[in-house]
Design a protein around this ligand. Structure first.
Ligand SMILES: [Zn+2]
Length: 157
């Protein structure tokens, strides 16, 4: 566990009130304030997990849309519940019957816009929205992959 004042790794930390703020401090640093209680290892770990270190850059986020992997059976069973033939459903949604057929057989994943149409017409859920973090480490890795030629080009600017 790491002392929140001096940053040294210690086996034991003490919850210490310093100027109204409770910090997890090592024995030495705890003398700056009023010790409240010893810190359990799990608690310190959880705290670190939710509060990334200040020098860590804010991760970039990107929203991606995913089609449910069960799209084929979901579309088919929802259509059958409505008592519609593939031909009829295709007509209602202005889709090609062959395209709908390829969705239901799992050969072809619907595009997001078509999936949204199917969702609202059939009352099912096909599209999942997910926020992904673009890891900083990955980006640094990409930077390292610069070839010598790239570096020279960059320097000339
Ligand atoms: Zn300390």
């Amino acid at each position: 566990m790491q002392c929140e004042m001096c940053g040294s790794e210690k086996a034991e930390l003490y919850k210490t009130k310093v100027e109204g703020v409770v910090l997890n401090l090592c024995k030495d640093c705890s003398s700056f304030g009023e010790v409240v209680a010893p810190v359990s290892k799990n608690e310190a770990k959880a705290k670190r997990a939710e509060k990334p270190a200040a020098e860590e850059l804010e991760p970039e986020k990107e929203v991606i849309y995913l089609i449910d992997s069960d799209y084929a059976s979901k579309i088919r069973s929802a259509r059958e519940r409505k008592g519609l033939k593939q031909e009829e459903l295709a007509k209602r949604l202005a889709l090609k019957e062959s395209l709908l057929h390829s969705f239901e057989s799992g050969r072809h994943e619907p595009s997001i816009s078509i999936a949204k149409k199917l969702e609202s017409f059939l009352g099912i859920s096909l599209v999942r929205q997910e926020e992904v973090e673009i890891k900083q480490g990955k980006k640094q890795g990409q930077r390292e992959e610069l070839t010598l030629g790239d570096v020279i080009k960059v320097r000339k600017k």
